[in-house]
Design a binder for this molecule. Structure first.
Ligand SMILES: [Zn+2]
Length: 234
């Protein structure tokens, strides 16, 4: 199946094999429907699953169009969210040695020697990685104490659809550069979520009890993420 019609709109279907997927998952990205499947599941089976779930898919697509983020292009005056504040992007051409990112008033200043999307995208993600690493290093120990866990390894990498992940056995946590856009208390809620996974390796009732005990306002932060979804577009 190369494309489907959802509410009379033709949408490309991109099927990807994923070693990590346990189930077939569907999400929308840049006007395409991305279907991730475990390698063992055949394309024929995927077609069948899609056909059986058209109603759900239509609802999902509607939601995507409502909250869906338009991918950032790094052009002047475009909006970017950073630690919960919204800034206007300003691109300033400079020499390689002067490349930098600075926040001034309502401006997100990008000093770059190259104005291509890929180049600036890397600059911004590197900057996000740097500031997020600093923020997490400064704040994680507070929650380690409260939850009574010890983290051995913290990794920051870019993940589009997940804010974080954790491996209990290795006492390691990963965070997406994307969360640098969140306001600080919401970043903390992601930290708490992942640290609680070092206690419970699942989303059991015990897991959620612990999350809400540490952070009673957790749902507020979840709501904030939903409301601001359109900014999380890097
Ligand atoms: Zn989780």
């Amino acid at each position: 199946m190369e494309s489907i019609f959802v509410n009379n709109e033709k949408i490309n279907v991109i099927v990807k094999n994923s070693k990590r997927s346990k189930n077939v998952t569907i999400h929308f990205e840049e006007k395409s429907m991305i279907v991730k499947k475990p390698t063992r599941i055949s394309l024929k089976k995927v077609d069948k699953i899609i056909k059986q779930n058209m109603e759900k898919i239509a609802k999902l697509y509607l939601k995507y169009k409502e909250n869906g983020a338009i991918k950032i292009k790094y052009k002047n005056n475009e909006k970017i969210m950073f630690f919960g504040n919204i800034y206007n992007i300003k691109i300033i051409l400079t020499e390689l040695k002067n490349e930098n990112i600075k926040i001034k008033d309502n401006l997100f200043l990008i000093y770059t020697s190259n104005t291509s999307f890929e180049y600036i995208d890397k600059l911004v993600k590197n900057y996000f990685t740097k500031v997020l690493t600093e923020y997490i290093n400064e704040n994680i120990s507070k929650y380690e104490k409260i939850i009574n866990v010890h983290v051995d390894k913290i990794k920051i990498r870019h993940m589009k659809t997940r804010f974080g992940s954790a491996i209990k056995a290795k006492r390691s946590v990963n965070f997406s550069t994307l969360i640098t856009m969140f306001k600080k208390e919401v970043i903390d809620s992601v930290i708490v979520h992942e640290l609680c996974h070092l206690v419970y390796d699942n989303h059991s009732k015990d897991f959620w009890n612990l999350v809400y005990k540490v952070m009673p306002e957790y749902d507020e932060y979840k709501k904030w993420i939903k409301q601001n979804n359109k900014y999380f577009n890097i």
